[in-house]
Design a protein around this ligand. Structure first.
Ligand code: 2P0
Length: 322
């Protein structure tokens, strides 16, 4: 007997960043975070449960993957199998429109799509909260890609309470300014661990980010986009300062990233609401009002390749093509 399901999920960009775990085994974050799920760069994943398979199989964009990516997916499927009481193995086929490894959170859309497709393929009927908790176990930021639009991921006090849910927010757009598409020098997971172990600033980051999240939730609820942007840019630059304070240091920002940051400052000086945020890579994302997005994208065309994104849907099942 085979059972299959297909899901689509999109990446999310954090406006208050997740950077550090308090429990790596359970994927519990040191602090809560807040993000916008995008309407671009979808990941589409089909899970086919097959009693005839001796081991899980992973295919990304038509290529069979083994080693670490397969191990990570198989460990995740073990969680689903345990919940379902079903030990059959599965074939996972994923197509990814996110530039993998460029700091655009392909693991977020990847594990969100996998959580939705795998839980359906194994016959589970999980609530949005339980899907978010499950996706979190694959990759922390995936908990937020379960949610449409703006999501707050609660640090929680354990597995049961660490999930993402929608939160009230102003309408916004993001201009994704890609300056480079190469693989990042060190994974977020390894970089987070090094940060917690070696940065003297880590305790300050944890306490500051907890307070920042409260201010951000309030700014979102007040529909104050300028304050949302200011808080987001400050939080992102603090995260990069923190990362650079590791031993040995880790630096994701390049000269090309700084050129975009300078442009965004110049836009603000000219009266345009525009703020930068940057994930674990060199690319910059500019938060702005929807009406300004195309003009801002055009103004960055000589320093980056740009895509305008708007709030997108949470991970969801789609017509199955297995
Ligand atoms: C975020 N990032 O909040 C932060 C900002 C990158 C920079 O979440 O180890 O792939 O799988 O839980 O979710 C990237 O880290 O890490 C991330 P794991 P994840 O979006």
């Amino acid at each position: 007997m085979t059972d299959h399901a297909t899901a689509v999920a999109h990446p999310n960009i954090a406006l208050v960043k997740y950077w550090g775990k308090r429990d790596a085994a359970m994927s519990l974050p040191a602090t809560g975070s807040l993000s916008m799920t995008l309407d671009v760069f979808p990941t589409r994943t089909t899970v086919t449960v097959d009693a005839g398979l001796a081991a899980d199989v992973l295919e990304l964009d038509g290529r069979v993957l083994e080693g670490t990516p397969l191990d990570r997916v198989a460990r995740f499927l073990d969680l689903v199998r345990e919940l379902a009481g079903d030990d059959r193995r599965a074939r996972v086929a994923t197509t990814n429109a996110v530039p993998t490894g460029a700091g655009l959170a392909s693991s977020a859309s990847g594990f969100a799509a996998l959580a939705v497709a795998a839980s359906a393929a194994y016959g589970l009927d999980l609530s949005p909260r339980d899907l978010s908790r499950l996706a979190r176990r694959g990759s922390g930021s995936a908990s937020r890609s379960i949610v449409s639009g703006v999501a707050v991921w609660h640090a929680g006090d354990g597995d049961e309470t660490s999930f993402a849910e929608p939160t009230e927010a102003p309408d916004m757009a993001m201009v994704i300014a890609t300056v480079e598409e190469r693989e990042k020098p060190i994974s977020s997971r390894a970089a987070m661990a090094r940060t917690a172990e070696t940065s003297p600033f880590y305790p300050a980051w944890v306490s500051d980010t907890s307070a920042t999240l409260e201010r951000m939730v309030d700014a979102c609820a007040a529909h104050d986009l300028d304050l949302v942007g200011r808080i987001a840019e400050t939080n992102a630059l603090r995260m990069h300062a923190l990362i650079q304070s590791c031993d040995p240091p880790i630096r994701y920002l390049t000269a090309a990233s700084l050129a975009v940051l300078d442009r965004v400052e110049a836009l603000r000086a000219d009266g345009t609401l525009a703020y930068s945020t940057i994930d674990a890579g060199p690319n910059v994302v500019v938060l702005c009002a929807p009406a300004d997005a195309e003009r801002i994208a055009a103004s960055l065309a000589d320093v980056a390749s740009t895509v305008v994104a708007r709030p997108g849907p949470g991970a969801h099942l789609v017509e199955d093509d297995a």
